[in-house]
Design a protein around this ligand. Sequence first.
Ligand code: FAD
Length: 441
Amino acid sequence: MVQRDCDVIVIGAGAAGLRAAGELVGAGRRVTLLEARDRVGGRIWTRREPGVAVPIELGAEFIHGHAPVTVNLLERAGSAVIEAADSHYGLEEGQLQHRDDFFAPIRAAMAASDALERADLSLDTFLDQHLAAVLSPEQRQYARMMAEGFDAADTSRASARSIVEEWTGDTLGGGPQSRPREGYESLLEALMAGLTGEGLRLRLQSPVQRVRWSRGSVEVAGEFCGAPFALHAPRAIVALPLGVLQQLAGAHGAVQFMPALAAKRTALAGLASGPVIKLQLLFARAFWETLEQGRYHDAGFFHVPEAEFPTFWTPAPASAPLLVAWAGGPRAKRLAAGAAPADLVCTALESLEHLFGTDVDLESELRAFYYHDWQQDPLSCGAYSYVTVGAQSARTALARPLEDTLFFAGEATDEEEGGTVAGALLSGERAARELLAADGG
Ligand SMILES: Cc1cc2nc3c(=O)[nH]c(=O)nc-3n(C[C@H](O)[C@H](O)[C@H](O)COP(=O)(O)OP(=O)(O)OC[C@H]3O[C@@H](n4cnc5c(N)ncnc54)[C@H](O)[C@@H]3O)c2cc1C
């Protein structure tokens, strides 16, 4: 019999893996948590810059909807949540107009349609063939922009059922949009606080390369400091990003499962890892707050669908000279193709000029920019997941344990809040629960 190194190996120390490890350690299990990066958090990555009043979030920033799993953890750690400013401005015939009521009629038209009862459709088909009579071309364009921006989705592939469910539910349908006051790193602090003691062995800079498994036995092999390691346990939780699981064996960063995860093939094909460009622009001053007699002082979001970067947001209600330039979906993929970060900054400034005109000398106001390419990063292979047409059961199928031995967590496996930090946390809790049940409670 192979000697066991611990009770459970958890692969990936993002929100999902950390949460799963916390639950298992709390239940008295000895856990080894393996992470390839030199930090925990994965797609949560907060930077602090002296003199900048707000955290700089290279990855997740908002808490979408009420998300009690996230809010409770933050509260337990003594950290607060701040509701984001919800005032939206959009460019109409060259003028920035207040547009807070734009999304509601789109949601209402989607909810009222029965076209999706018979079969799932792509969002494009749903909008153009079933909602053209009730939504203007401009409203349909806005809906596409939302799906690309919020869901990082290609609207010709995205499941309309899944998007309608999300947009009319708590995540986006009416729940608040907020931020952790001290940034998402405070959530990581809260997760790590539950992981002290003998039960956990956290190994950073330890990329996993191979998982050999059979019922009741898992051998995980990887590398630390250039030297190979192998660990054994009766069970493992795989908390890797969707994009990493979708990599073909042999690709850079791919994890090889032996035997291969044949039972997951359909689920993996039904989900997509969407691309996003999130570029933080730090200026000498929050120039938009003083434009047009302070009209945009409290602005949360600026939308300019025809520009390369169609969305910008401010840190409001906090005041800081930081604007986020955001593009998602195919547009993000096209923008990023072959572009150096400095090229993206130039494109973002052009989009900003489109928005605010030429009165502000943006180039001389710019102090710094912050960017991480999540698409090219082999440890994420994309920003976050969305469901493609007809694949509504894919998240549940991806989550299903194999042989009471391999368990699956990660935002892509969460049916309710896929794509988000809350989804990742819930998936970690679920996977830990499933494992404990298989292990006799
Ligand atoms: C730019 C951007 C903005 C976002 N904005 C928001 C937002 O505002 N609100 C929101 O709720 N969500 C947002 N998200 C999504 C959110 O960040 C993710 O859904 C969530 O953090 C995913 O957590 P996870 O644990 O599932 O995956 P991850 O955080 O990716 O964790 C997986 C871990 O596995 C590790 N790993 C990968 N390969 C290996 C290997 N071979 N061996 C060992 N370890 C490995 C990775 O390094 C990583 O740490 C955003 C994401 C991005 C990229």
